[in-house]
Write a protein that binds this ligand. Structure first.
Ligand SMILES: Nc1ncnc2c1ncn2[C@@H]1O[C@H](COP(=O)(O)OP(=O)(O)OP(=O)(O)O)[C@@H](O)[C@H]1O
Length: 293
């Protein structure tokens, strides 16, 4: 397991990453989210050792990570680093051999990945001839081909079309199912919500919340939606709840006092037919807004 413990980095008198700690469990997808400048890239760079930490450490199976272990991590940096003039397949094979792969095995794996991303026919094209989205696919393939022990991916989904997003998600799942820990940053909250086993939310250099999506949701407000046959404005007078919104026959309620939702339902039934009464699960975007505000 990969574990980040107390990582800290300053730039001048600004602390960009401030004692950041979180695990990246084996076989799980960990989503790393936070606004622009929150400190995600700086954290990932420290994990990879391309930027020195001023405090804290990166652990691999409970011990400080070694250079050899870091070389076994597939890293997709924020600054994409492909050679524009070289043919796509040759470049991917070359990069894989630098990571210790046998050239024959590397070429077979490269062709398989290009096929899956719909790029097999472009194998001999120079990288610069590809659209930005396709260059992004090639960059991702470069990180995945050597069957790394872990994956650290800085915004791997940005710029990908929906089909490529699904191919990419499927590929990452293949890596987690062989036990690999995967950390990726993203601004696409719905995607993170759908894909991730765990989430780490950062704001202004600090981790503001982390856990599984269920854990984060359980920590959010308990909300119910009530739809009645008549106007639902009467809910405003009930104790033990906060009325988040009333729109004609529909009311959105936040339970302040445990059990108050049962009284709401009783009252509603006394007043007439209840068309709907359901627990509203907060969306990740709401949890994110709350954690970072
Ligand atoms: N080399 C650097 N020199 C000075 N400041 C830096 C450097 N790298 C990052 N920073 C600052 O550190 C803070 C965190 O930046 P970082 O790139 O880690 O954020 P991020 O969460 O990845 O943002 P984004 O989502 O926009 O990529 C920002 O205020 C940024 O300006």
């Amino acid at each position: 397991m990969l574990e980040i413990k107390g990582l800290t980095r300053r730039f001048g008198d600004k602390t960009a990453v401030d004692h950041v700690s979180f695990p990246v469990p084996d076989g799980g997808l960990t989503g790393f989210v936070g606004g622009n400048g929150a400190g995600k890239t700086t954290t990932m760079r420290m994990v990879m050792g391309v930027l020195q930490a001023h405090d804290g450490e990166v652990l691999w199976d409970g011990r400080p990570i070694t250079a050899a272990q870091r070389r076994r991590i597939g890293y997709m940096p924020e600054e994409r680093g492909l050679y524009p003039k070289q043919a796509i397949a040759d470049q991917l094979v070359y990069l894989a051999t630098l990571r210790g792969m046998d050239p024959g095995a590397a070429r077979a794996a490269v062709m398989e990945h290009l096929e899956r991303f719909g790029l097999a026919e472009r194998a001999k094209d120079r990288v610069e001839k590809l659209s930005l989205g396709n260059q992004q696919r090639v960059q991702i393939i470069a990180a995945l081909v050597p069957q790394p022990d872990a994956l650290i991916l800085d915004e791997p989904f940005s710029g990908l079309d929906p089909t490529a997003v699904e191919s990419m998600a499927g590929l990452l799942r293949e890596h987690t199912s062989r036990g690999v820990p995967v950390l990726f940053s993203s601004h696409q909250l719905d995607l993170v919500d759908r894909l991730c086993d765990r989430l780490v939310i950062m704001a202004q250099g600090k981790v503001v919340t982390q856990g599984t999506a269920e854990e984060l949701r359980a920590g959010g407000p308990v909300r119910y939606e009530l739809v009645t046959a008549g106007d639902a404005g009467w809910v405003r007078d009930l104790p033990g709840i906060h009325v988040a919104d009333v729109d004609g026959r529909t009311a959105l309620l936040e339970v302040v006092e445990s059990g108050a939702e049962q009284r709401v339902l009783e009252q509603a039934l006394r007043r007439g037919p209840v068309e709907e009464f359901r627990r509203v699960v907060p969306r990740l975007s709401e949890i994110y807004q709350e954690a970072t505000s």
